[in-house]
Design a protein around this ligand. Structure first.
Ligand code: NAD
Length: 429
């Protein structure tokens, strides 16, 4: 008889998944959760794998694999983007769906966590091929998603046009225009103009609220923004509008620094025209081609809004900011996080600071479902109210109950506690 090999699921050996589980275990220890509850939380409720075969423009068939992970629905329908990248694995998709569960719970949204992915480099596809792939992926998962079941959105490698095809494919199968099945749709299909600013706006708002708590306000505080894309641009714009002095801005080519303050609107214009902030000139501005140096400037507030792992054990001792607000996902390594906490630097974690996108998605979804029209001002004001209220709740709970830990650990603990309480109230555990 053949000996049976212990079974590891599609995702259990994946390092990204293991990182998510370690984080869960650390928070579960602080909360005193039993191992059997952690076992419930570490697996997705459902993981769907689909095969997508398209006909390339050459006439040849090509087959791709895709997934949708539905991690937890205790608080509401699953919510999370779909990623197109050659590096996508089921483990990564499950981990990202778990992080969405915590992010939505922390933001106080009536959503659970989900995430999708297709292992494909979208840049290698023609527009027609991309459309065929997107429609077939969505048709393959259509029975498992829906406005009250699971609501996808864009992520790395997908965009509002892809969302338009998803929406159309689902609506054809459902037999009615299902506005609520997707968020961050094109504006013409019920999306919101202000979706594009929402993550950066939320980052600025988190900095504003943290500055109120720590320094009595933003007014006159100096800020360096690392990364000047969708998140960095709007974070810098609103911070400057609200009285902070944005002194440094970088992109991948370098940074510009003016201790007296940069004119953010003009930097945005130069970036849009030339694709490099280093082309910006004004009196007193210093230009460097090493964007990493920006992280070490003498400023009050640092906003990393580019990529992951930029504040590490190698440069953390030289970081001078007293407040770091994470616009990017994972810009601070765990070792650096500990050093910053020991130095008394407050790090507002990504899971809290960059939730503006998903909060705006909830605003879009709830209005689509009611068939209501929303002005840009109403949408922004709702985002501001929701995030401000929630930021202060999380900050106060951190200070009251978990101040021995970095704010990041407290954020995870609060989020997991919210999910576990909902599961208990529903009688699941
Ligand atoms: P983006 O592509 O619009 O901009 C990225 C910026 O970072 C650009 O200025 C680019 O020059 C810079 N950059 C890219 N690679 C770099 C490198 N190797 N070194 C230094 N700088 C580099 O991206 P975005 O949408 O602004 O996202 C930025 C971060 O925020 C990512 O971590 C993303 O996951 C996270 N995030 C984005 C959203 C959103 O709604 N866009 C939501 C949540 C989290």
């Amino acid at each position: 008889m053949t000996e049976r090999v212990p079974y590891a699921s599609l995702y259990e050996n994946d390092p990204v998944y293991q990182m998510a589980v370690n984080q869960l275990r650390e928070s579960a220890n602080i909360l005193g959760l039993a191992d059997d509850v952690v076992e419930v939380l570490r697996h997705p409720e459902k993981l769907i794998q689909v095969k997508i075969t398209i006909k390339r423009d050459s006439g040849k068939l090509e087959t791709f694999l895709g997934w949708r992970s539905q991690h937890n629905s205790a608080l509401g329908p699953y919510k999370g983007g779909v990623r197109y990248a050659e590096t996508v694995t089921p483990g990564e998709v499950v981990a990202l769906s778990m992080w969405m569960t915590w992010k939505c719970a922390l933001a106080g949204l009536p959503y659970g966590g989900g995430k999708g992915g297709v292992r494909v480099n979208p840049k290698t596809l023609s527009l027609r091929e991309l459309e065929e792939l997107s429609r077939k992926y969505f048709a393959a998962i259509a029975r498992e998603v829906g406005p009250d079941i699971d609501i996808p959105a864009p992520d790395v490698g997908t965009n509002p046009q892809v969302m338009g095809w998803y929406f159309d494919e689902y609506s054809k199968l459902a037999g009615y225009p299902a506005w609520g099945v997707i968020t961050a749709k094109p504006v013409e299909l019920g999306g919101l103009y202000v979706r594009v600013i929402s993550t950066g706006y939320g980052v600025a708002l988190s900095a504003r609220e943290a500055a109120r708590k720590l320094f009595g306000g933003l007014e006159g505080k100096t800020v360096a923004v690392h990364g000047f894309g969708n998140v960095g641009i709007y974070a810098a714009k609103y911070l400057a509008e609200w009285g902070a002095i944005v002194v440094a801005i970088s992109d991948s080519k370098g940074y510009v620094y003016n201790p007296k303050g940069l004119n953010v609107e003009n930097v945005i214009e130069v970036k849009a025209k030339t694709d490099a902030v280093t082309n910006y000139r004004e009196e007193g501005v210093k230009v460097s081609n090493n964007h990493m140096e920006l992280l070490e400037l003498p400023v009050d507030i640092l906003v990393p809004a580019a990529i992951e792992n930029v504040i590490t054990k190698d440069n953390v001792e030289r970081v001078k900011a007293k407040l770091i607000v994470e616009g990017a996902n994972g810009p601070t390594t765990p070792e650096a996080d500990k050093v910053l906490h020991d130095k008394g630097v407050v790090v507002v974690p990504d899971i809290l600071a960059n939730a503006g996108g998903v909060v705006m998605s909830w605003i879009e979804w709830s209005h689509n479902k009611m068939g209501c029209f929303l002005t840009d001002e109403e949408a922004i004001s709702r985002l501001d109210k929701m995030m401000t209220l929630n930021f202060n709740r999380v900050f106060d709970e951190w200070q009251k109950k978990y101040s021995n830990y970095p704010m990041r650990v407290a954020a995870y603990v609060i989020a997991i506690d919210r999910v576990v309480k909902a599961m208990k109230l529903r009688g699941w555990i």
